[in-house]
Design a protein around this ligand. Structure first.
Ligand SMILES: [Zn+2]
Ligand SMILES: [Zn+2]
Length: 169
């Protein structure tokens, strides 16, 4: 089995949206949800000049403080990482990730980017097929990619699942 996911959310995100994202994560990845928890963004990670939060710092602080793996954090604020103007999200494989809803207006887009980061958390890289794991450098490209996983990524997930099960024995 793939590990259960803990979902954190910025308190400003409505619970209704969180629930919809969680539903789609469960369906796409056949994973369980350990816990849904509110978490505020640390103000020390806010860059005044850019008017954005540093996504990498937020991710690192959560990993340090919560001492958990397999988590996804949904936030409403705009995120950046050094050398990029903005990011829709970022993730560290087999640890956790963050998704920013700031530039995503529709519920469908919020779900899509959450599915994408969750794929990274579960070990998937970027994919060249018609797939939710396609890399998108801007909103236009993000809109074009589908909400589903391609067969190649599904096979990769099955392999990850087998490896995780083996390590448990
Ligand atoms: Zn990605
Ligand atoms: Zn794929």
């Amino acid at each position: 089995m793939l590990p259960n996911l803990t979902v954190f959310h910025d308190p400003s995100i409505s619970y209704n949206v969180v629930e919809k994202v969680v539903e789609e994560l469960k369906i796409t990845y056949e994973i369980g949800i350990q816990l849904i928890k509110r978490r505020e963004l640390e103000i020390v990670t806010f860059n005044k000049a850019r008017n954005q939060y540093n996504g990498q710092q937020l991710l690192n602080m959560l990993i340090d403080e919560e001492n958990i793996t397999y988590f996804l954090w949904l936030v409403n604020e705009d995120l950046y990482v050094p050398e990029r103007n903005f990011v829709f999200g970022l993730a560290t494989q087999f640890y956790g990730g963050i998704v920013s809803f700031f530039r995503l207006e529709s519920e469908n887009m919020k779900i899509k980017e959450s599915l994408h980061e969750c794929g990274h958390i579960l070990g998937l890289g970027h994919c060249k097929e018609v797939c939710v794991m396609q890399y998108s450098k801007n909103l236009e490209e993000a809109i074009l990619k589908p909400t589903y996983l391609c067969w190649k990524c599904k096979i990769l997930l099955k392999e990850t699942e087998k490896k995780i099960d083996k390590n448990k024995d």
